[in-house]
Every structure is written in structure tokens, then in C-alpha cells.
Write a protein that binds this ligand. Structure first.
Ligand code: PLP
Ligand code: TYF
Length: 397
């Protein structure tokens, strides 16, 4: 009966994690999946999260259904984080926001909405992008294409080509952008480049879909939203998907949000109702546990401040690992320029290693990177960094 069902081989990044788990060598390093590990190699439970978890256990909160769109406090918290607490668009109620099952869920609900109400719209993603962007949008029935982004020659952005590409797109096309900490390259546009990109988007009537999964890991929580806030200030209508997986270290609790900035409060009301309808037909309402944690951390000023500090500790540890890797590799192979390791931002670095070199790292050294050469800097720590740098120097020889 099911013999014609096609086998799904799995997600390459998550598959790599499985391979890593099964590797019996004691000296092995996981630099594949985009997860933040602390200096002891563990996924941290943030102190602000521990505090509210203790409160929740003590109270024995009943396991009630949540509203389809999530807790009001959760949705307000998403808006304040993304747009700034005093933003005119928030005050005039022109943003529709729902809680979602992680950033992935936000992307999917957004894509469903686009497919339903703008069925002709094609979506353009950076070349390269997070593989799931393509799967999620195609899964919602949307045609996906790539725009020029990464330039292996300069280890930068193909900025002129990107602009020329956007200039010839049809009005109403959706442009998927990473406001900070680009996955997989770690290379972000400068503020001036964002201004230029957004000018073209406005001029050509393109629609930005900003996916922010690493807020706080680039510069800081506010500065990382530069492109989002600038777009809204320019009067653009935008989609924003955000994730708390990384910056609250709540990966498995599936906490994220989708916001759609509309021209008027009345349009936001219509959009909000359709997002709820989509949710109802897909999973009815979001999980309460993560929703409660986010709501309680983000809406208590003391816990919020603590959270900010904890995000910056994660950010700074990654930066320290970047510097150390740069120092060791630069000393070992002085004729090559490794400064890109310190220029790239967020969790990821495109190392420029070939698939063969990545394979050698895995086979000979038990060092796991994604095949495209992407390395998760947050898997490095003071105990494994020299080992990794030596292994990389060896395969680069
Ligand atoms: N968008 C990007 C660019 C990501 O790297 C991730 C990574 O996990 C997500 C979205 C989705 O995050 P979540 O785990 O919250 O679904
Ligand atoms: O890019 C990453 O590694 C993270 C985690 O299907 C991830 O975004 C990877 C693959 C996937 C879901 C999450």
C-alpha cells in the first residue's frame, strides 16, 4: 500500500548532528548545527528562564489552551523587541502579530498567507540561505528563486549584482532577508548597504520578509533590528519572522513570532484574523509552556535586563572564539588572510573550506562542519579551540 511513498532522507544539518552523536571517538567537535553551546559544551538554561520556570512549577499553572494567536503579552513583547517599544506602528495598531512554533512556524504561516492572498508572488532568497527557507516556502506552494549574495572571491556580498537583480524584479515580489547574522555566511550588509537595498525595494515595490533568528548575537538587541526599523520608518509594509530559539536558548519549546506591518489598523485587523484562521486549520493554538516563559521574561523589567545581559554573554563568547581561531590560524598559515573569521557576525562562519576539506575534518579529526563549509562558532570552547584550529590548519595545508 505504501510502497510508492518516497523516502525523505532528512535535513542535512540535523542529519550531521546524528552522525556526530554516533561518532564514538572521544575527541570530536560539533560545529554543524546552529545551536549555542556554553564554554563547557552544554546548551545553557538562561538564569532568567530558570527564575520563571521555578515560579511556574511552584504555581502549578493549569495546562489551558492558549488563544490561537498566543498570549497578548507575548505578542506585545515580539513587537517591542522588533520595532522598539515606542514605535508609531505599534501605537497606531498597524502590526498584526501572532505567536508561532519557532521561527520556522512563523515563516510557514507567513508563506501560507502570501500564497493565499498574493498567489502570483514569487519569493527570492539569498544565494546561499538557510536550506529550510526554500523548503518552507515551496511547501506552502510558493515559487522560490535565488538572488546573488555571497561572493567567494571577496568573502563578502556581491552587492552590485544584488542591486541589479532587485532592480529587474516584478513589483510585489517577496524578498527574504536576514536582518542580522546571515545564515549560513555570517556576512551582513552594512547600514549604508541596507539603506540602498531598502531604497530599491521601495522604488520597485518589492515586499521584504525579514527573518530574524539571531537577534542580539550581532551588535545588540536594538541595533540588530536596523533593517527592520528602517523599512518600517520608510513606510514599507513588511513581514517579520522572529525566533526565541537561540536568544532565549529555548530550542525545543518552539517559540517565535510572525508580525506583518500594515498600512492601517483596519488592514492589520483583517490580516490578524486571517493569520488566526491559518493557525486554526494547522494546529489550533501554540504550546503554552514556552509561551509562558517568554511572556514572563519579556514583561518583567528585571528579568528582561537579565536576559539582555545573558544574550550579550553568549555573543561575547562567540566573538572571543572568533578572535582565538583567527589568531591561531593566522600564526600557523601567515600567507593566508583569516580576518574574515573576525569580521563575520553571529553564530556562523563560511570558512571557504571545500567539501573535501570538510570531509577530511570529519573523518580524520572528528570535527563536524556543514558540507558547504559553514561552521558554527558557538560549538567552539576553550577546551577544543586549539584542537580545531590545528585540524583546520592541517586540511588547509
Ligand atoms: N531562520 C533562520 C535564518 C534560522 O537559522 C533558523 C534556525 O533555526 C530559523 C529561522 C528557525 O528557527 P526555529 O528553530 O525557531 O524554528
Ligand atoms: O541552521 C541551523 O543550523 C539552525 C538549526 O531543519 C536548524 O537554524 C537546522 C536545520 C533545521 C532546523 C534547524
Amino acid at each position: 500500500m505504501f510502497q510508492n511513498v518516497k523516502y525523505y532522507p532528512g535535513d542535512p544539518i540535523l542529519g550531521l548532528m546524528e552522525q556526530y552523536k554516533q561518532d564514538s571517538r572521544s575527541q570530536k567537535v560539533n560545529l554543524g548545527v546552529g545551536v549555542y553551546y556554553d564554554d563547557t559544551g552544554h546548551v545553557p538554561v538562561l538564569e532568567c528562564v530558570k527564575t520563571v520556570e521555578s515560579q511556574m512549577v511552584e504555581k502549578h499553572l493549569p495546562h489551558e489552551y492558549l488563544p490561537m494567536e498566543g498570549f497578548p503579552g507575548y505578542r506585545q513583547a515580539c513587537q517591542k523587541l522588533l520595532f522598539g517599544s515606542e514605535h508609531e506602528a505599534i501605537k497606531t495598531n498597524r502590526i498584526a502579530t501572532i505567536a508561532s512554533l519557532g521561527g520556522s512556524g512563523a515563516l510557514r504561516i507567513g508563506a501560507e498567507f502570501i500564497h493565499q492572498w498574493f498567489p502570483q508572488a514569487k519569493t527570492y532568497v539569498s544565494d546561499p540561505t538557510w536550506g529550510n527557507h526554500i523548503s518552507i516556502f515551496e511547501g506552502a506552494g510558493i515559487e522560490v528563486h535565488k538572488y546573488p549574495y555571497y561572493d567567494p572571491e571577496t568573502i563578502g556580498i556581491k552587492f552590485t549584482e544584488l542591486k541589479q537583480f532587485f532592480l529587474q524584479l516584478e513589483a510585489g515580489s517577496i524578498i527574504l532577508l536576514h536582518p542580522c547574522c546571515h545564515n549560513p555566511t555570517g556576512i551582513d550588509p552594512t547600514h549604508q548597504q541596507w539603506d540602498e537595498i531598502l531604497d530599491i525595494i521601495q522604488q520597485k515595490q518589492l515586499i521584504p520578509f525579514m527573518d530574524i533568528a539571531y537577534q542580539g548575537f550581532g551588535d545588540d538587541i536594538d541595533t540588530d533590528t536596523y533593517a527592520i526599523r528602517k523599512a518600517v520608518d520608510m513606510g514599507l509594509c513588511i513581514y517579520v519572522s522572529n525566533s526565541f530559539s537561540k536568544n532565549l536558548s529555548m530550542y525545543g519549546e518552539r517559540v517565535g513570532g510572525l508580525s506583518i506591518v500594515c498600512p492601517t489598523a483596519e488592514e492589520a485587523r483583517l490580516v490578524q484574523s486571517q493569520l488566526k484562521f491559518t493557525i486554526r486549520r494547522l494546529y489550533s493554538n501554540p504550546p503554552a509552556y514556552g509561551g509562558n516563559v517568554v511572556d514572563r521574561v519579556m514583561n518583567n523589567s528585571q528579568l528582561f535586563q537579565q536576559w539582555e545581559q545573558e544574550v550579550y554573554i553568549m555573543r561575547d563568547r562567540i566573538r572571543a572564539m572568533r578572535s582565538r581561531l583567527y589568531e591561531v590560524l593566522q600564526a600557523k598559515i601567515p600567507e593566508r588572510d583569516f580576518s574574515y573569521f573576525i569580521k563575520q557576525r553571529g553564530m556562523f562562519s563560511f570558512t571557504g573550506l571545500s567539501p573535501q576539506q570538510v570531509n577530511r575534518l570529519k573523518k580524520e579529526f572528528g570535527v563536524y562542519l556543514v558540507e558547504n563549509g559553514r561552521m558554527c562558532m558557538a560549538g567552539l570552547n576553550t577546551s577544543n579551540i586549539e584542537y580545531v584550529a590545528n585540524a583546520m590548519a592541517e586540511v588547509l595545508k
